[in-house]
Design a protein around this ligand. Structure first.
Ligand SMILES: [Zn+2]
Length: 292
């Protein structure tokens, strides 16, 4: 049986010491695949269909309030995955739910050798991984089918490291976010559950045999946010409907009011926001370019 030692944070130990792995779903409450994968793993461990041999496994429902209402955060524009500054536990509490929830989860991330945070995108997207490019990370993300790996060495996403994977990396572990596909699509729950189990087998936490599924990955880096201004923003035709839309240098990607928006490099658009998630002064999408 898994033990719930804090709300929606479950823990189980193997017979012998080993690695500590944390699987999170529902950091964004509307991204259901991760929520279901965590429940499924918990049910398998509770029933004995999956048994931990070594080490420690944490299962976490990231943002229970947001999961309950099926929204990204507990309130509009609150975001648990922007609530993990490296110095979180030294900072004064902000009084916001996402901040207090991050403080419950942070010690688990600090203890973890590996953290996989399961996300989904609000617009259609192929599955992809967001994390640092390193051989250590590749040993983890090779179990999660994807062609593309997105990293953010310049902290374009939030101005400073603020996400669960960045927090994990800053405290000595290996963190990654896996974007499983579109938020409303639950078709990959069984597959992603098996991806996690393959990782647990490979890291020695559970018995089993897996064959490595390394494929060639394309690596991208975030270059800049596209900020919504008072003038509004309309994507040019063919853009803004999905992540990984490619563009060439000089292409008009859209208009801020009447002003064309063009960048001087070839790249892709990622994380375009649905209208309900847009806010003046905040990113409405991000741009990235291929680095290897
Ligand atoms: Zn997410």
């Amino acid at each position: 049986m898994m033990k719930e030692f804090l709300p929606f944070i479950w823990e189980t130990h193997g017979q012998t010491s080993g690695k500590t792995i944390t699987i999170i779903g529902g950091t964004h409450g509307n991204e259901r695949t991760g929520v279901e994968v965590v429940l499924k793993l918990k049910a398998m461990l509770d029933s004995g269909n999956l048994a931990l041999k070594t080490g420690t496994l944490y299962l976490v429902h990231g943002n229970p309030r947001a999961i309950e209402i099926g929204e990204r955060g507990s309130e509009p524009f609150l975001d648990l995955n922007r609530s993990f500054p490296i110095s979180l536990l030294m900072n004064e509490p902000t009084g916001v739910y996402e901040d207090s929830r991050a403080r419950e989860i942070a010690p688990v991330l600090q203890k973890s050798d590996i953290v996989v945070d399961l996300h989904a995108t609000n617009k259609p997207s192929e599955p992809f991984v967001a994390c640092i490019h390193s051989p250590y990370h590749e040993e983890i993300y090779k179990w999660f089918p994807c062609q593309k790996v997105l990293s953010d060495p310049g902290a374009v996403l939030a101005g400073e490291p603020m996400t669960t994977d960045e927090y994990t990396d800053a405290h000595g572990g290996i963190g990654m976010c896996y974007e499983t596909g579109q938020a409303s699509d639950l078709a990959r729950v069984d597959e992603v559950t098996q991806n996690v189990i393959n990782l647990l087998i490979d890291q020695g936490l559970v018995e089993g045999i897996v064959t490595s599924s390394i494929c060639e990955h394309e690596c991208y880096e975030l270059t800049e946010p596209v900020i919504l201004t008072d003038d509004g923003f309309i994507f040019a035709q063919d853009f803004g409907e999905r992540s990984w839309e490619p563009f060439t240098q000089g292409t008009i990607l859209g208009h801020h009011g009447n002003t064309p928006f063009v960048v001087g490099y070839e790249g892709v658009i990622v994380f375009p926001k649905i209208p309900g998630h847009r806010k003046v002064g905040k990113p409405l999408a991000y741009l990235a370019k291929r680095v290897s």
